[in-house]
Design a protein around this ligand. Sequence first.
Ligand SMILES: *Cc1c(COP(=O)(O)O)cnc(C)c1O
Length: 394
Amino acid sequence: MSDKKALKRDTIATHAGRDPQRYGGLVNTPVFRGSTVLFPDVKTYEGRDPDDYKVIRYGIYGTPTTFALEEAVAELEGGHAAVALPSGLAAIVAALAAFAHTGAHLLVTDSVYWPTRNFCYRRLRALGVAIEYYDPAIGADIGRLIRPETTAVFCESPGSLTFDMQDIPAIAAVAHAKGVAVLADTTWGTPYFFRPFEHGVDISIHAGTKYIAGQWDVLMGIVVTNDQHWLRLRRAVADYGYCVSPDDCYLALRGLRTIGVRLRQQQQNAIAIARWLQARPEVLRVIYPALEGDPGHAIWKRDFSGAASLFGVVLKPASDRAVAALIDSLRLFGIGSSWGGFESLAIRTDPGKHRSATRWNPGGPLLRLHIGLEDPDDLIADLEQGLARLRQTG
Ligand SMILES: *Cc1c(COP(=O)(O)O)cnc(C)c1O
């Protein structure tokens, strides 16, 4: 295909990272397993380019199966290149490590995924990296926090559990003017609903475990970068020795093929359920940027083409016991943390306790719902009996 830029995302998700005629006409790039790679002669062996990550030279740098997944995600998201990692957290670790050295200063959103904060606190700080948390709503004021030794601004929009939207283009404009890179955890946005490189992100980080794989049988991280930061990031991944199994790459790519239909349906189900919850007397508010009236709605509408099916529900004050009774009574919602698969989930969360730069108090118990591919009528009926249980438990 000559003009890939003109293709729409569903077409890219269907065709990217495939070359059937190369593999005997097979539609999917097969699982290629391999560690050592044999070279035809000494000259070729000794002439290997350590910075060419697109040729097969040792299993740790990938096989055609790995490259197929990486190419497909990079193309869908509109980035220069991608690298697969063994988990979403490993992807975050590698991306942060690429910008961390003793004396460096990193700016991290206060709404960040908790394990990212933990890595900064327990690991980066011990290496002499200064970590400063900033208000996710900071926008262009990020400039006031940038120091000569600042190497990167880490964003996550919407934020984990609190769903605050960040004005990434405003942050990026200021950061770039000062030579600072913008890293973003774009797991919620997915390569399908958010085009990070059009909004100033330099390095986009995904938990491929979530909607990319989409079936709850793979752990995967994927980092996509622009041209400028590719080698810096790819070398960091290589230096840490990260690699992923070709079987997992195969499964993640199989999931990616259907990301469009899954996400559109899950979004539709999630919006229906979020609106139904908004009208319930037991609910204080629903935190979901896709809803009109949400504080992040304007930014979401400007920067995203759709919404993941993950949102927060603030209940009116109720006892811990009553909230647990609600969740325990649900028959169709699993109790579990990792989202992005086909089944609905419900958990209770308390993100306020992890904030340090800002306060976050929702005014009542907070639930996080992930909406799957079940019929939304069945999910609503289940939630309705759950809310009755909440009232009865008192
Ligand atoms: C789940 C998640 C991750 C980590 O992904 P794992 O594959 O579970 O390590 C990173 N960022 C966000 C926002 C997540 O929700």
